[in-house]
Design a protein around this ligand. Structure first.
Ligand SMILES: [Zn+2]
Length: 345
């Protein structure tokens, strides 16, 4: 508590420490060439970037500490578009506006593998207005078209959105950390007062993409039919696959006919059967309590794979994608995943 409110003027040391560690994360993410970076890269992520790195099975104290602050860094990162080749339209954070998530304006335009590069007319150095206006809501299109493009078409760069200059600072990281600390969350949402699920999720040893996907899904940001109807983009929220009921996130990932048969044939059949369906958040929290972290990684990998399959089917209508994408999706969750691939589809 600050002095003027009767406190002693001390900072929240836990959050302050996390912000200091997030500074190390930032240096690793932007590829600084310090000795620490070279040592960590050689040991923990020789073939990928820091942002894509895993925690690994037996991390050193230093790596474990840095890893713990990575979630704070991820929350403050946003891409600055150069040539758009590193940034996925529907997955990455790239449209300037705090908490803004791109959502397709019609489901027909939804291609999950679309790169920002596909929205740029490189020859004439401009955004492809027509596609963007057709594909995005008015507000999103406006924000995208207002973004300047660079003449050099340099690489896409990550920047730190809490600061105007895009450069990380401990002060702003501390502010961001305070915003998500339990005492502040309590003010925003009493129900989540003792919710350790988010902390667990961000600390899990799984690929960052999976964490981001799970977070978006729980926050109601996946472009299911129900979400699109809620945002007044569609009139009808009927599930495009089974045509039985509204396509909520829980339906799309667990209750739709094909998903149900996949889960029923997996090692998670029993836990799913007993879990609540009130919301995806409730369901995942419950499942996490039953499974623990190790199994939960695989569970979330399956969930992501099912969403990817759903998109392939809804966009392309190709049923055979199920088998292929499902195997691919599950195997990417942590480089390997033996058991679920045996699942009969
Ligand atoms: Zn369905």
């Amino acid at each position: 508590m600050p002095k003027h409110m009767g406190g002693m003027g001390f900072r929240d040391l836990r959050v302050f420490n996390e912000a200091l560690l997030a500074k190390q994360c930032w240096r690793l993410a932007v590829g600084d060439d310090s000795l620490l970076h070279r040592v960590l890269r050689a040991k923990y992520y020789p073939k990928c970037s820091f942002l894509e790195a895993y925690r690994g099975g037996s991390p050193s104290y230093t790596w474990r500490s840095i890893w713990a602050a990575k979630s704070l860094l991820l929350e403050g990162l946003r891409w600055r578009i150069g040539n758009g080749r590193k940034v996925l339209v529907w997955e990455d954070n790239w449209i300037p506006c705090e908490g803004f998530i791109a959502c397709p304006s019609t489901d027909k335009e939804f291609n999950p593998d679309l790169w920002v590069h596909d929205l740029i007319d490189e020859e004439n150095l401009k955004w492809r207005n027509e596609i963007i206006n057709k594909m995005f809501s008015e507000e999103a299109a406006h924000r995208i078209l207002a973004m300047p493009l660079s003449f050099q078409f340099s690489d896409d760069l990550i920047q730190w959105w809490p600061n105007k200059d895009g450069i990380f600072s401990v002060k702003s990281a501390y502010w961001l950390g305070k915003l998500r600390s339990p005492s502040i969350c309590k003010i925003f949402d009493e129900n989540h007062m003792n919710d350790k699920w988010w902390t667990m999720l961000w600390r899990m040893n799984i690929i960052p993409k999976l964490k981001h996907f799970t977070w978006r899904a729980c926050k109601g940001m996946l472009p299911t039919k129900e979400t699109l109807k809620r945002r007044h983009i569609l009139n009808d929220d009927t599930c495009p696959r089974c045509k039985q009921g509204s396509e909520t996130a829980v339906h799309a990932l667990f209750e739709c006919q094909k998903c149900r048969s996949i889960w029923n044939n997996s090692e998670f059949a029993k836990v799913i059967l007993d879990s609540p369906s009130s919301s995806l958040h409730d369901k995942l929290k419950w499942v996490y309590d039953k499974l623990g972290e190790e199994k939960m990684g695989l569970f979330l990998g399956m969930m992501w794979a099912l969403w990817t399959c759903r998109n392939k089917v809804v966009v392309g209508g190709e049923e055979q994608w199920w088998v292929y994408t499902f195997g691919l999706g599950v195997s990417t969750y942590k480089n390997s995943s033996p058991s679920v691939l045996k699942t009969e589809i």
